[in-house]
Write a new protein. Structure first.
Length: 493
């Protein structure tokens, strides 16, 4: 595979990964009468060695395996690798006898150190930074969805019984404050905690945990010095809250506010995260019932968590193609992404963007990345920030050395396969979604099997990948989006 293995490091035996990954197989369940005749002809034309005719892969966005299945108990004769099986938590969600295996630490990574995936100055949290609120306070007022009809009009991919949940679950609180629905929110032990309770039902909105490339390398705290027979990767997964409260989802090149704090205060600026990443649902108490049904009746992957260290866009691309996407000038050649470049000149959106990531801590800060984020502004205000591409072939590129150095020391040789002069997409520009363009839109695949992201900067404008047209050579079949309604009907059958 020609992808950049700097990106594609799927980890085994992590307490926390980034995505739920379940595989459904069609084992001949009864189909509606109208579908039986076509199904009979299809079965005759697709003779297989096993009864399995289809495989449907479900990727749970922005959540970890243990976030959903921390307390899952498999059927007799099967095993699972989760927080409950390891004794980290008990069936009721309280800390278990081996809770110490998932303790979380703060750390120091300053400007002089450069970006580190495994900072050595660590201190055990006495209590977790309080998880903060996310999502609407009032669903009707904030989301504009007040009736069942409005819920059905807003989303066409749900089973009929689920639309009522689009009307419920508001936090009832301000944004980015300690979530008082979480039991003991300001005094949680420094490890995973159950999110749900009588005051926090399963249909409630909760904050979204950080899921970006350089942040995730730090959160997993991979160091060859920690390697052991039971943990050959040397990844401890013990810096999740620290990364959330020091940099969160990125800085977009902004200066750290003078009143910035890693702890919540009514007068302080925070990342808005707290220890969001440490919460989990309890399927033994009725949480995530549909996902539990899929796990009970089909298959799950407790030892595979993600295709890429990073966000949804990069993961979808890797899952769909087995490759990483890189920045192109539009003619099949690698190009340098906009770097401190003024765009949208002469418009209210005119501003300076920088799409090259720089996770080195800004001077005078602890882990406040110099440049990283989704970008900001626009829609009538100056655009700014960004930071989602890295030239990983250059060990001097910000952030690259720490990852490359770790990979070079693993017991099994890992070739990063970073092509010279190529800037690889790390996060969430989204040609893999194909939903920002009104018609089915193919993506470009080169003869070297590397995907190209055609932004075609002109010096006066830079358009996100998700809004670009992607072309395929005539010898390559275009990829067409699948209707969510079709997916829903398949799952219901």
């Amino acid at each position: 595979m020609s992808s950049c293995n700097l990106l594609a490091q799927a980890r085994k035996h992590l307490a926390f990964g980034t995505s739920l990954f379940a595989v459904l197989v069609n084992l001949g369940a009864p189909a509606p009468v109208a579908a039986q005749e076509p199904a009979k002809h299809f079965a005759q034309s697709t003779q297989t060695a096993s009864p399995i005719k289809h495989a449907i892969v479900i990727i749970g966005e922005n959540r970890t395996f243990d976030h959903i299945f921390a307390t899952y108990k498999p059927k007799s004769g099967q095993t699972v690798d989760n927080l409950l099986s390891k004794g980290i938590v008990n069936e009721d969600g309280t800390p278990g006898p081996n809770f110490s295996e998932a303790l979380q630490y703060s750390a120091i990574d300053n400007h002089e150190d450069g970006y580190q995936i495994s900072p050595m100055e660590k201190s055990l949290f006495s209590a977790l930074p309080a998880p903060l609120t996310g999502g609407p306070s009032n669903v009707c007022k904030n989301n504009g969805i007040c009736t069942l009809g409005e819920a059905q009009a807003s989303e066409n991919g749900l089973a009929s019984g689920y639309y009522k949940y689009l009307l419920t679950g508001g936090t009832g609180q301000s944004s980015h404050v300690p979530d008082d629905r979480v039991l003991n929110v300001t005094d949680l032990p420094p490890g995973p905690f159950q999110l749900t309770s009588d005051t926090f039902p399963y249909d409630s909105y909760a904050a979204s945990p950080v899921h970006r490339f350089y942040q995730m390398w730090q959160q997993t705290d991979c160091n060859i010095a920690y390697s052991a027979t039971w943990n050959p990767s040397g990844c401890r997964s013990d810096l999740f809250p620290w990364v959330e409260v020091t940099v969160g989802a990125g800085t977009n090149g902004l200066v750290q506010p003078a009143n910035f704090s890693t702890e919540y205060s009514p007068t302080a600026t925070t990342t808005g995260e707290g220890s969001t990443s440490m919460g989990f649902y309890n399927v033994l108490q009725g949480d995530a019932p549909y996902l539990k049904f899929l796990a009970d009746n089909y298959a799950m992957s407790d030892n595979y968590h993600q295709a890429v260290m990073g966000g949804t866009g990069a993961n979808h691309i890797m899952m769909g193609t087995g490759d990483a996407i890189w920045f192109s000038g539009g003619n099949g050649n690698p190009a340098v992404p906009p770097h401190n470049q003024k765009v949208y000149a002469g418009t209210p959106d005119a501003g300076v963007v920088d799409e090259i990531a720089n996770p080195n801590a800004a001077p005078g800060t602890n882990n406040w990345y110099t440049e990283d984020g989704y970008g900001g502004g626009g829609f009538g205000s100056p655009v700014y920030g960004g930071g989602s591409y890295t030239n990983c072939s250059d060990s001097d590129a910000p952030g690259a050395f720490s990852v490359l150095d770790y990979l070079s020391k693993l017991p099994t040789l890992v070739d990063p396969r970073c092509a010279p002069g190529h800037y690889y997409l790390l996060n969430n520009y989204n040609p893999g979604f194909l939903v920002m363009v009104p018609t089915p839109t193919p993506i470009t695949m080169s003869t070297t099997r590397r995907l190209q992201c055609h932004l075609q900067p002109s010096g006066t404008s830079a358009t996100p990948c998700s809004r670009r047209i992607f072309r395929l050579p005539t010898s390559v079949i275009s990829l067409t989006p699948i209707s969510m309604t079709n997916i829903s009907s398949i799952m219901e059958r």
